[in-house]
Design a protein around this ligand. Structure first.
Ligand SMILES: Cc1ncc(COP(=O)(O)O)c(C=O)c1O
Length: 404
């Protein structure tokens, strides 16, 4: 008998991937989350919903995004062959729009008036503000004060698109605090607002829903790579914050003999507060409504985290990543701030593609891996473009001379 495809087997009905996931929510959220789960289960099989989403992806987002062979960078590195899945070319410049348009469509079917969410680098916020404009919904985005300064171009984009940007002013004032703040605002009115979380995190059904919406990246990439090369890649790699772009591309290859690497940010070092490598250094715990692996301080509270990529400095990781890593299906790659900046400039100067700092982590990993494995091919999910990072980078890291 044929084995069921992995994606049909996980998560279980209660949103568990093995022991990870679930929905650890206050009683007042049980009803609205059950409503979202029921609607998603119905709509994901509805002809009208699927064909509307397909049409949006093609005519509005510009999908499929291409797979591109980095000839120059591969030759420069002098090893294996590096390919990119160009999610930076998705409308709004990152993979986030894949789940935002689907979540917006879901909100519309549910008769909601407003989309509400957190954002780190601002890419999810921009994508959700775009979806809200498209579907005629209001939009409120919570963002840490520190990220507001760092990713200012995205703040202005959200405002131009009609969204209200609410600063999160407590704690470290970055991504975790933005999630806290967005949850709090959502709790005040779950009838007219829809929470549209920005990654494969949060309580069930979000990790499953966001993965399913992002799986288009992997399905396209598999077909495109096979058409280009006649084979599958040896390795697929993606940076991991919450893990949506990684789960998106992994989804296409999960039942194949392809090595999967989620690249975690090592930031400035291996001490608590210097990195956000949740799987590498974390332990099991519950945060933001789901059980996963997380970084904690000495009191068991979410630890302070750091990464140069504002979208990946999160002290936990999507439960499916915790599960896949625990069963040995996925591997962890590491990349620190300096390596990410180096890859940011190398990809820009050798290929004419300026990556988001988050995505640069996966590129840096691919460059190292290619050097060490000259006979292998590596497909990287280039999750976003780097326009939002330009001001910050040039102020802090002088533009290097191109090396040959
Ligand atoms: C370009 C880009 N890549 C990656 C991420 C990390 O999110 P995830 O791990 O959910 O893909 C972000 C988050 O803002 C992002 O903007």
């Amino acid at each position: 008998m044929n084995k069921k495809p992995y994606l049909e087997t996980m998560p279980d009905q209660n949103g568990y991937f093995g022991r990870f996931g679930g929905a650890y929510i206050p009683p007042q959220l049980e009803k609205p989350f059950a409503e979202i789960t029921k609607a998603y289960n119905k709509l994901s099989k509805s002809h009208n919903y699927i064909s509307e989403l397909r049409s949006i992806r093609k005519h509005y987002q510009g999908r499929p995004t291409p797979v591109y062979y980095c000839k120059n960078l591969s030759e420069f590195v002098g090893g294996g062959q590096i390919y990119l899945k160009r999610e930076d070319l998705n409308h709004t410049g990152a993979h986030k729009l894949n789940h935002c348009m689907a979540e917006g469509l879901l909100a519309k079917y549910l008769g909601k008036k407003k989309l509400i969410a957190e954002t780190g680098a601002g890419q999810h916020g921009v994508a959700l503000a775009t979806a809200a404009a498209y579907f005629g919904l209001e939009c409120e985005i919570h963002m840490g004060e520190v990220d507001i300064k760092k990713e200012y171009p995205n703040v202005v984009r959200m405002q131009i698109l009609g969204a209200k940007v609410v600063p999160a002013t407590h704690g470290l004032k970055t991504l975790k605090e933005a999630v806290d703040s967005a949850f709090e605002a959502y709790l005040k009115d779950t009838d007219t607002q829809m929470f549209a979380i920005g990654s494969v995190v949060g309580p069930h059904p979000f990790p499953k829903m966001v993965r399913d919406f992002q799986s288009i990246v992997g399905f396209e990439a598999k077909e495109q790579f096979k058409e280009m090369t006649g084979n599958l890649p040896d390795v697929v790699a993606a940076c991991v914050g919450g893990g949506s772009n990684a789960m998106g591309i992994f989804s296409g290859f999960i039942d194949d003999e392809v090595k999967l690497y989620g690249v975690e940010p090592m930031g400035k070092g291996d001490k608590i507060g210097e990195h956000s490598a949740s799987l590498t250094y974390g332990k099991e715990g519950v945060m933001h409504g789901f059980n996963s692996i997380m970084l904690t301080d000495e009191n068991g509270e979410p630890a302070p985290v750091h990464s140069i990529g504002s979208g990946i400095d999160y002290p936990s990781i999507g439960p499916e990543h915790a599960y896949l890593s625990s069963i040995g299906r996925t591997n962890i790659g590491l990349c620190n701030d300096d390596e990410a900046v180096d890859a940011f400039y190398k990809l820009s100067q050798h290929e004419g593609i300026i990556p988001a700092l988050e995505s640069a982590h996966a590129v840096a990993f691919a460059m190292k891996y290619a050097q060490e494995h000259p006979n292998e091919s590596i497909l990287v999910n280039l999750s976003g473009r780097g326009d939002k990072d330009i001001d910050f980078i040039v102020e802090n890291y002088p533009i290097p001379k191109k090396s040959n």
